[in-house]
Design a protein around this ligand. Structure first.
Ligand code: SAH
Ligand code: SF4
Ligand code: F3S
Length: 486
């Protein structure tokens, strides 16, 4: 048993001072929130309800699950929509328009809050790590109740307690941290699969990217903590984990008694009951031969690799500070494919980085032709203030970027349609994830390589892995039937 599941929140003595140590201190504040929730119930005849919205990547999604875990442990219940007693936005700031969306939503929340005076509004996540954002919220969005960042999400219960006592906006932003607080609750969106953080932060400083500034320096969790968490998850019904980090290939570098990502994977592989292992994101510059070997030998690691290339032009890659060339990337892809021939490769591509010429863009198109990605997330370069690329000269004109973006997207989609059909008329294992949203009597799941499959079935299949015959390819997904080939 671990410390968290052994804790009885009802037995914590609130007449004492809060402990200094974590996570005990947060257990104390969770108990305090429970007191407040009891009073709320007495007054209103119902428990307070929460609504969270996540903007951004899987790292943020996992953070939201932790925040929801704390809220639930504190006695809050989930609300159906934004008209809740506690509304939390977990923000992203990777591209400019992500910020605009949040400001837009805040106007709407203000209107709701006028009708529901109980309502508490909290903002957290990457956007809050930018001082000018916090400034703007203090000045123009005074109705916000709690503002915190990416480094102190474990403190949610403490921040709520403070807000309730102090009766004014609570702002708590840390510039960076070395601390990793373990043993706190977390919700799961799916009972059978879960993200698991293996590291936080990023040290790479790609010149276009804000993430290192808002997520701080790289910190790896101890392998024992990761293994223990996954063990607990599998005992609780999880069959698939997604190991999360901005650059999983540099896992372990800051830990004593060095351990590599590949070694961590070997240990995760041994966990009984776990069936599928995924991970994200791999930086090409740090992808080791050892990792390729482990992927080749593993029975559980999915044959899918997300390997962001960003650009095909070695000149642009240099300006991006990616620290590999086009040739090195293609050579790496070659080695991976040789070891794991049926691997499905996906990528991220940025179009219109400062100084990108038509020639540079053609190099990107050439990588797309040569690698033939299963899918690619394509982004128009966004000038993030605070990053080196934002002050580079010759930013590319919008219409030129748009035209390149359209050409790239078309080609990416054509290739994807071809590539994704490769398993047609074969039988493959599918982890069934949900009832189908559109087709009555159907369920939806994923192949190991992440491709979506729809098949006839009912709720009893959800969370199980079943062999499915892939009858028809629809470009990005298959229609199939459970069982072997007819
Ligand atoms: N750590 C991951 C990516 C995190 S951000 C990696 O290194 O691959 C996710 C994606 O957003 C990046 O891969 C990149 O393609 C895109 N991105 C980041 N900053 C951007 C910017 N300023 N403009 C456009 N796209 C950007
Ligand atoms: Fe951003 Fe580069 Fe770090 Fe990825 S590796 S998060 S793109 S700085
Ligand atoms: Fe966005 Fe932060 Fe993720 S900026 S992409 S939510 S690390």
């Amino acid at each position: 048993m671990d410390m968290y599941s052994e804790t009885d929140f009802e037995k914590i003595d609130l007449s004492q001072k809060p402990p200094r140590e974590e996570p005990e201190r947060q257990y104390y504040y969770i108990a305090r929130c429970r007191e407040w929730v009891r009073e709320f119930k007495q007054k209103n005849g119902r428990p307070p309800c929460f609504f969270t919205q996540t903007f951004g990547c899987q790292m943020n999604a996992r953070d939201s699950e932790k925040l929801e875990g704390i809220l639930r442990q504190a006695g809050f219940e989930e609300a159906g929509g934004e008209n809740a007693d506690f509304v939390l936005y977990n923000t992203c700031t990777v591209r400019e328009n992500a910020n605009q969306r949040v400001y837009g939503r805040l106007g709407y929340l203000n209107a709701l809050k006028k009708k529901n005076p109980h309502m508490l509004i909290a903002l957290c996540g990457c956007m809050m790590q930018e001082p000018q954002v916090v400034e703007k919220i203090r000045k123009s969005y005074g109705f916000v109740d709690i503002v915190f960042g990416t480094h102190n999400i474990f403190k949610l219960a403490e921040l709520i307690s403070r807000r309730v006592e102090e009766q004014h906006m609570v702002v708590d932003i840390w510039k960076d941290t070395k601390q990793i607080v373990e043993e706190l609750p977390a919700e799961r969106k799916f009972p059978f699969k879960s993200g698991v953080n293996i590291m936080f932060g990023c040290n790479n400083f790609c010149s276009y990217c804000i993430v290192p500034y808002v997520r701080g320096r790289e910190r790896s969790r101890k392998p024992e903590d990761i293994i223990a968490e996954i063990q607990r998850l599998t005992e609780d019904g999880v069959v698939e984990v997604m190991l999360l980090g901005q650059n999983v290939n540099s896992y372990g570098k800051n830990l004593e008694g060095s351990v590599t990502f590949a070694q961590l994977l070997r240990r995760v592989e041994e966990i009984q009951g776990l069936k599928r292992i995924r991970f994200m994101t791999s930086h090409p510059k740090d992808l080791s031969e050892e990792l390729i070997q482990v992927m080749k030998e593993s029975k559980k690691i999915c044959h899918h690799l997300h390997l962001p290339v960003q650009s095909g032009s070695s000149r642009i890659l240099k300006a991006m500070n990616r620290r590999y060339t086009k040739e090195q990337y293609l050579e790496l892809v070659g080695r991976i494919r040789e070891a794991v021939p049926d691997i499905s490769l996906t990528t991220d591509i940025i179009v219109g980085f400062p100084g990108e010429t038509e020639e540079d863009f053609q190099e990107t198109m050439d990588v797309v032709e040569k690698v033939r990605f299963d899918s690619a997330f394509t982004f128009i370069y966004s000038r993030r203030s605070g990053t080196p690329a934002a002050s580079m000269e010759d930013q590319v004109e919008e219409s030129v970027v748009k035209d390149r973006f359209d050409r790239l997207l078309r080609r990416v989609q054509e290739i994807s349609t071809d590539v994704c059909a490769r398993d047609l008329h074969t039988t493959q294992d599918v982890l069934v994830e949900s009832l189908n949203d559109h087709l009555e009597g159907y369920v939806t799941g994923r192949l190991g390589n992440n491709t979506v499959v729809h098949l006839p079935g009912d709720a009893s299949l959800v969370g199980t892995i079943v062999p499915v015959y892939l009858e028809e390819s629809k470009g990005f997904y298959y229609m199939g039937t459970a069982g072997q080939e007819p």
